[in-house]
Design a protein around this ligand. Sequence first.
Ligand SMILES: NC(=O)c1ccc[n+]([C@@H]2O[C@H](COP(=O)([O-])OP(=O)(O)OC[C@H]3O[C@@H](n4cnc5c(N)ncnc54)[C@H](OP(=O)(O)O)[C@@H]3O)[C@@H](O)[C@H]2O)c1
Length: 350
Amino acid sequence: MKKVFVNGYGSIGSRITSFLKDDPEITVFGIGKYSPDEKVTDAISRGLNVYVPERKLDDFSNYKISGTIESALDECDLVIDAAPGGHGYKNKKNLYEPKNIPAIYQGGESTVGEESVSDLLFNSRANYDHALGKKHVMQGSCNVTGMGRILEPLREKFGNELVRFDVTLVRRWADIEQTEKNVSDTIEMTEKPHHGDDVKLYFGKDAPLYVRAIKVPTRQMHLHIMDIRFKETAPKPSQIHELFADEFGVATLWTAKGTKDIRDYAQNMGFNFTDTNMIHIHANMTTSIGDTVQLMYSDDQTGIVIPENHMLLQAMLFDKSYEEAFAHTESIFHMKEKKQKLQENFAKNN
Ligand SMILES: NC(=O)c1ccc[n+]([C@@H]2O[C@H](COP(=O)([O-])OP(=O)(O)OC[C@H]3O[C@@H](n4cnc5c(N)ncnc54)[C@H](OP(=O)(O)O)[C@@H]3O)[C@@H](O)[C@H]2O)c1
């Protein structure tokens, strides 16, 4: 049984931990906490061992912690870093490399420049095999992962017929559980968003992909507005939708009025953390005009990267083939079933 440590227990770390506990091939050795708050008690009540940085031991004297993060890492086979953006790089230098432990990083880190955590940005749909045998890999962020789920199938099907992709990312302000974060009443423009460059790391550096981003006051998912230009007349919307009928982690919905409808449905259905773990094509919004397809899809910001982390873990820890890893991830996340339920609930009105 392989032992995994999850360093950071926020939106991403708590989700990853929860799913890993359902994986019979893995033991969650423990989680790393940095602030002595109610989440320590919460984690312990869920049966998790909580570890803290050696320098902060005194701050946690009122909690029943299991030891230091430094000592826990000595016992583990792999660490999933779920730290706030930028801290993963510091952890790599100060902890993971000195202890020679393989590590997965999240999308707030970088794969270029001086503070790069890895030369590989993972997207299971595009480059699963590249992660086999790797020691340090970054999982793409939620927006970057979502774009991959659309772009790869399009490229496989239409190849040279494609001319360019123009994408506007409408990003959520904060996550649902980040109650400490105010959602400001403004539309914020993002200068030089990293997402396009990140996608090109797996989609090809010369890919004709142009990305703009804004942030809007909502906690309910991201929405991507994508224009896909073709050399000749663009395919019909139905041909685009057909392409995603059997795609992992892509649901095609017709009657969701907004992103909150989907989140509410996930909550009513008892989906873990109210996540769908996927993107949702808003099929009623797809149009085909001349050489261009206009597409909109929403992206479950917190959920989408969790099965991806699980796929990545299997490549790095067990050297599994894509097919084996996919089947195992599916047995834990039940993505096919969730997709089907979503599609039935938001089916086209006749
Ligand atoms: N939220 C999303 O929708 C989303 C989606 C995709 C990717 N990501 C990426 O995932 C990463 C984590 O984001 P998040 O939203 O989960 O953040 P978050 O909710 O703010 O949680 C961050 C966690 O990291 C812990 N932490 C603080 N300092 C740390 C350190 N030096 N090393 C390790 N952990 C540390 C914090 O512990 P304490 O609470 O104990 O201080 C907290 O539990 C970021 O790279 C982010 O860009 C986020």
